[in-house]
Design a protein around this ligand. Structure first.
Ligand SMILES: Nc1ncnc2c1ncn2[C@@H]1O[C@H](COP(=O)(O)OP(=O)(O)OP(=O)(O)O)[C@@H](O)[C@H]1O
Ligand SMILES: [Mg+2]
Length: 304
């Protein structure tokens, strides 16, 4: 692991393609700018097939923006980004995506099963598909049922999605993201608003999809604890830089202190949860709320 002058830390693992061939996605010296501001720079990351990677960091540091870069929605301001051997966006049919904070109003009458199906032919929504024969329709129908079964949503998939609970909606949306058998799954806070048992269940499901079906999962998470046991690596973004490595390498007092450039302590509770104490607020939040670029420790404790 090497620490660079700007504070970011790179692991040896980042420099090499993982065993089993070309990485599924990679960033080399990547930087991103939005609204005339550089959110992060000098980010190096390699994700191999079937690796489970969490993207962590405080609010506003650019985690969702990283996902947008990987989708090809936002070009990097510097460096190189490759996804499935090409430019980001070029192979999005092999990328499953679950955006941050999505929920359906109770009045939405579309059934869960139809929302899942949209993942297969959403780009053809409302357009008659010439030549889509009976065999193809049957295959599509079977795939929808299969993926709904996989996420454990069969019991409510035929109900209007607006009448499903937040956790049920989440499972149906994960099914939608999975339906095309993606090689990469980009999930932006999929455990948001779920209770602890559902967080654990969805984390286990994603771990299983990732490791058994060799789907590379990149998941933005507010709290690493529910997914900790399933993770191969984490990317922690803060202070305009990033640290990548195994959870044991990254989520330590030393590494996070160097990343944040202020004393930060990582504590382990008796039940094995990791808690970060003293992490400063995100610079963006300081600008908004205090009008400066402050990096003072707040002394508050927070889940990762
Ligand atoms: N199009 C844009 N123009 C200007 N600023 C933007 C734009 N998109 C995002 N930002 C800003 O970039 C910063 C990073 O946004 P992003 O959504 O990536 O943060 P995040 O790390 O995902 O935060 P959270 O944990 O709250 O979801 C924020 O300060 C946001 O306001
Ligand atoms: Mg976000």
């Amino acid at each position: 692991m090497t620490i660079h002058p700007t504070g970011e830390v790179r692991t040896n693992k980042d420099q090499a393609a993982p065993a089993g061939g070309e990485p599924v996605l990679s960033l080399r010296g990547a930087a991103v700018r939005v609204g005339g501001r550089t959110l992060w720079s000098g980010v190096d990351l390699t994700v191999g097939p079937g690796e489970f990677t969490a993207v962590l960091g405080p609010n506003g540091v650019g985690k969702s923006t990283l996902v947008k870069v990987l989708l090809g929605v936002l070009p990097p301001a510097a460096g190189e980004v490759r996804v499935l051997g090409g430019a980001p966006g070029a192979r999005n049919s092999a990328v499953g995506y679950l955006p941050q904070r999505r929920s359906f109003d109770a009045s939405v009458r579309v059934r869960g099963v139809d929302v899942v199906r949209l993942g297969l032919d959403g780009d053809l929504w409302g357009v008659p598909v010439p030549g889509l024969g009976r065999a193809k329709r049957r295959a599509a129908h079977e795939r929808v049922a299969e993926v709904i079964e996989l996420v454990g949503a069969s019991a409510y998939a035929h109900r209007p999605i607006g009448q499903c609970s937040g956790g049920e909606q989440q499972r149906l949306l994960i099914a939608q993201a999975l339906i095309r058998r993606p090689k990469v799954l980009l999930l932006d806070e999929p455990l948001d608003s779920l209770d602890l048992p559902n967080q654990s269940a969805i984390a286990a499901l994603l771990g299983q999809i990732c490791h058994q079906e060799s789907v590379a999962v990149v998941m933005v998470a507010h709290d690493v604890n529910p997914i900790l046991h399933h993770l191969d690596q984490v990317v922690y973004i803060a202070q305009g830089g990033a640290v990548a490595g195994t959870p044991a390498e990254v989520i330590t007092s030393d590494t996070l202190t160097r990343l944040y450039r202020t004393p930060v302590e990582v504590l382990r509770t008796s039940d094995g949860r990791l808690v970060v104490v003293g992490q400063p607020e995100a610079p963006a939040l300081h600008v908004d709320r205090h009008g400066d670029q402050g990096t003072r420790g707040t002394g508050r404790a927070a889940g990762l």
